[in-house]
Design a binder for this molecule. Sequence first.
Ligand SMILES: Nc1nc2c(c(=O)[nH]1)N[C@H]1C(S)=C(S)[C@@H](COP(=O)(O)O)O[C@H]1N2
Ligand SMILES: [Mo]
Length: 351
Amino acid sequence: MAGGITQEELQLAARNHGMPLEALRHDLTPRGLHYLLIHYDIPAVDAAAFRLEVRGRVGRELSLSLADLRERERVDVPVTFECAGNGRAQLDPRPVSQPWLVEAVGTAMWTGTPVRAVLEEAGLLEDAVDVVFAGEDRGVEGGVPQRYERALPVAEALSGEPLLAYAMGGEPLPPQHGFPLRLVVPGWYGMTNVKWLSEIRVLDRAFDGYQHARAYRFMRSDDDPGAPVSRMEPRSLMVPPGVPDFMTRERFVAPGPVRLEGRAWSGWAPVEAVEVRAGDGPWEPAALEPPLGPAAWRRWTFDWTATPGTHVLACRARDATGRVQPDDPPWNVKGYANNAVHRVTVTVRDA
Ligand SMILES: Nc1nc2c(c(=O)[nH]1)N[C@H]1C(S)=C(S)[C@@H](COP(=O)(O)O)O[C@H]1N2
Ligand SMILES: [Mo]
């Protein structure tokens, strides 16, 4: 499957767009340029009739309107999202699903209220194990009819970080990003951030729904149960310098000094270093700016002197756990977490 993509992959790619890499220039991804991933259809949710139901292994069930949620403690946090399938289309053989190259990323200011206080108010029973977050959207996946559901272990749900978000960039969520309410879990891959959220269900056992048991696992073969996908691996991307060729998107740059720039993030620990390499040259440190927040990307810059010829520019990030972007990450069946070094081919010539 190294060859051309199928009509079905194209159908997915036309619905689910990435962030144009030039938008890495913005601290917060402008509305509409944030990437988008929707497994089924965007559901129509009536905000006036909306309730968030909290049930299961709780002392007291809750039913909260949007007004109830807006009256609670309000938090604004910049959070970088990345789809777990980002980089999938660069794997060989290519896993067939949404064919992302490297652009399934974005950072937004999310506004909402902490999950923890809502769970504390409901009162988790002592046997609580997993907290399921269920969306209003429905579909069939792998032959299994379902609504989109993901869970967090109780300790993560109570960590204080996960938010019930009703605004993005200071405005109500747009339909495609989960109107009127979504979960936001800093540091985890995108699938965790359940959109069109309408139910929180506390279980006394590990959640075994489709999006845990079958999807979002690192599998080496079709019958490998695999380990679950959770936090984002470190990644850096660069704004492609110069101007593109329309079809190939190869870059053309004039000779002389060029300021390269990009962003880097990791869901495991702060990014500590970004390095840049031109052609077969050495890896050299980029300058890092402070992160926008503990769960958002950092800007980096690197001054490069462009000399005539064709060069492959590369960047890689390292986080405080020591995780580094690999040249070639290990392959897995569903194509998750391909955080290979970002490479951009540039031809340097006079304009
Ligand atoms: N209800 C629901 N939530 C969902 C999804 C979905 O299909 N349905 N897609 C998930 C996936 S795979 C990703 S990567 C993120 C994407 O969020 P965004 O479209 O707001 O960028 O939403 C997640 N939340
Ligand atoms: Mo995703």
